[in-house]
Write a protein that binds this ligand. Sequence first.
Ligand code: DGL
Length: 270
Amino acid sequence: MVTAGSRAPIGMFDSGLGGLTVARAVIDLLPHEDLVYFGDTARLPYGPRPVEEVKRFALEIMDLLVAAEVKMLVVACNSAASAAYRTAVDRYDIPVISVIEPGIRAAIAATRNRHVGLIGTEATVASHSYRRVLEATRANVTMIEQPCPLFVDFVERGETASDEVVKVAEDYLKPLIEAEVDTVILGCTHYPLLTGVIQLVMGDDVVLISSAEATATEVFARLRSDGLLNDQETPGIHRFIASSGEGTFGELGRRFLGPEFGAVEHHPWS
Ligand code: DGL
């Protein structure tokens, strides 16, 4: 049973800024939808944390968004989706969209040689969530998984084109080049900001899959099929909430999202 009406906002969350890449894609596709975005900046990063802890954090935030009467939950964080997506689908009466399934579908459609690479945080790679979703499709595609833990730190610092990040990328991506993958899933919401570096290291022939656009398409399809598209003609209202009152969320938010990024509300955990 869906309790929230079509005029209710979409609820979206990430451990911090990265999910704003998904918010960007959703706003582009659905400019009339209202959106509440929660960045758990006080507890960032999720990537190095145990899966159970990430799951607890994710459910805490989703409970909060559901209490705010959102009509859909978008888990715009690969680590959180890896840890809590299945539980969330059973727990809530509203649709829950994750970044993982859309990314897998886009990769299967893009690969020509059937060798795909997945890069993500330690939590995402350790959970093998992408591998499980890929195997469930029964597509004849092999996947090599590679954690890239330092990438998030670079992006959070706003450092996306330095020699140092290129060097780190060369190390991380070497196994993918050796495995001759022709498609790489950016399995972390921060990585679209490193597209230039990753493409440089992988070469022009390799397709990079950002889950953001694929997820936005899924959000649209699900709202439509559930009769939940907002029919208002005015532009959507976008709220941004962060669990920490300090840090780069306010400063870098505009870079991740663009001009729609506005004032940040503070929701401290007690
Ligand atoms: N948002 C996280 C993800 O997509 C990356 C940042 C973090 O480690 O918290 O996995």
